[in-house]
Design a protein around this ligand. Structure first.
Ligand SMILES: [Zn+2]
Length: 223
């Protein structure tokens, strides 16, 4: 097995163990949320904009603001979750150019293989880290040149980052960022009208079970 794939497989295995352990420990929290608890919680996020081969940023920090503001609003209103910076500033642009595998990022939904190349290695290197237990680990949002064939990508609990296509920061794709955070916090797609987890033309609603799963994710904490 090539070295990058081996490193990715080990990192993913560790994250599956973290996710499983935290989900088991989080059962009371899940039950509380299902019973209607909306005590305010926090999710720490960092948005990292990539630079292309010529050193040009694929988006400006101002470009990111509308979708970040929308994610902040939806999480507050639907989930009682406050979006906080994992590090200051919340939106940053990488100094070094990204490799092609990260700039034009493959996304086979639900496929661990998408993370096995140079893109996955690059994202892992620049993602915010959390404690060994995985509890409270921030989510890093990488703004890339192209999420191949999609507007954004999350491998769910396998990794601690998501990607958003630079063309998906405004307009009708404004909620892609919030949608990918939903995947990272354990939500699958939904076909319910107006739902945030609709694969296309996402709304902002979440059903009670989705709220409970999101709020009891290992990324979401009270402090
Ligand atoms: Zn999706």
């Amino acid at each position: 097995m090539p070295r990058l794939a081996l490193a990715a497989a080990l990192a993913q295995t560790a994250n599956v163990l973290r996710e499983t352990g935290n989900r088991v420990l989080g059962i009371p929290e899940l039950a509380g949320s299902l019973a209607g608890s909306r005590r305010p919680k926090k999710l720490r996020v960092r948005v990292v904009i990539l630079r292309d081969e010529q050193g040009n940023a694929v988006a400006t920090q101002t470009d990111v603001e509308p979708s970040l503001a929308e994610a902040r609003r939806v999480l507050r209103e639907q989930l009682a979750i406050e979006l906080l910076p994992a590090a200051e500033p919340m939106v940053t642009t990488l100094e070094v150019p990204a490799p092609k595998g990260a700039l034009d990022s493959p996304c086979a939904e639900g496929s661990w293989r998408a993370d096995f190349g140079e893109g996955g290695a690059f994202f892992r290197r620049f993602a915010q880290r959390g404690p060994a237990t995985g509890s409270g680990t921030p989510i890093t949002v990488f703004v890339v040149r192209d999420v191949l064939g999609k507007a954004g990508c999350s491998l769910g609990p396998l990794v601690d980052h998501v990607t958003v296509d630079m063309t998906a920061l405004t307009g009708r794709r404004l909620r892609v960022l919030a949608h990918e955070l939903g995947h990272a916090c354990g939500l699958p797609h939904s076909d319910s009208a107006e739902n945030l987890m609709l694969p296309k033309a996402m709304g902002e609603r979440l059903q009670p079970w989705q709220v409970a799963v999101f709020r009891s994710s290992r990324h979401v904490k009270y402090r």
